[in-house]
Design a protein around this ligand. Structure first.
Ligand code: FES
Ligand code: FES
Length: 171
């Protein structure tokens, strides 16, 4: 067994795990973080995507011991649980109907958050390229792309001082 310690969705956790334990297994079976799902277990589908020190990774492709000392964020840590607000990308997927069965959605959202952090105003092609490692069997991707565009627009408005001025002017 190996002792690991990390922060997951803001909570410090310490555990003894088999060295072969995958991060996704540890999150789901060790911590009950079942919002992170397993679609393939072979690093193809992206359903298990989480953030490791701020960057998206497929957690079926990472050993839990490799996350030792890291900050892990899952879909369950994105929303503001104090205020009860969804993350803007979660809100965008809801607003644009960017899901059907929802199986790919946690990974798709985590990947989209990372994409928008690196490229706040992506073109449609850049969005499609940015989520190419995440498979969806239901939606045809159209509404997922729309959701990322919607989130991009809202995040840009929220970040812009002019947006703030306009809000003040409108009062
Ligand atoms: S479960 Fe990790 S990529 Fe499919
Ligand atoms: S919404 Fe069903 S797999 Fe994407």
């Amino acid at each position: 067994m190996a002792r690991i310690s990390m922060r997951v969705d803001g909570m410090k956790v310490t555990d003894d795990v088999e060295p072969r334990t995958l991060l996704v297994q540890y999150l789901r079976e060790g911590l009950g973080k079942t919002g992170t799902v397993i679609g393939c277990d072979t690093s193809n589908c992206g359903a298990c995507t989480v953030h490791l020190d701020g960057d998206s990774v497929k957690s079926c492709n990472v050993l839990a011991v490799q996350a030792d000392g890291c900050e892990v964020t899952t879909i369950e840590g994105l929303a503001d649980t104090v205020e009860g607000d969804l993350h803007p990308v979660q809100e965008a997927f809801r607003e644009c109907h960017g899901l059907q069965c929802g199986f790919c959605t946690p990974g798709m959202i985590m990947q989209s958050v990372d994409l928008l952090k690196r490229n706040p105003q992506p073109s449609e092609d850049e969005i499609r390229e940015g989520i190419e490692g995440n498979l969806c069997r239901c939606t045809g991707y159209h509404n997922i792309v729309r959701a990322v565009q919607y989130a991009s627009g809202h995040l840009a408005t929220a970040a812009s001082p002019r947006g703030a001025t306009e809000e003040v002017d409108a009062l």
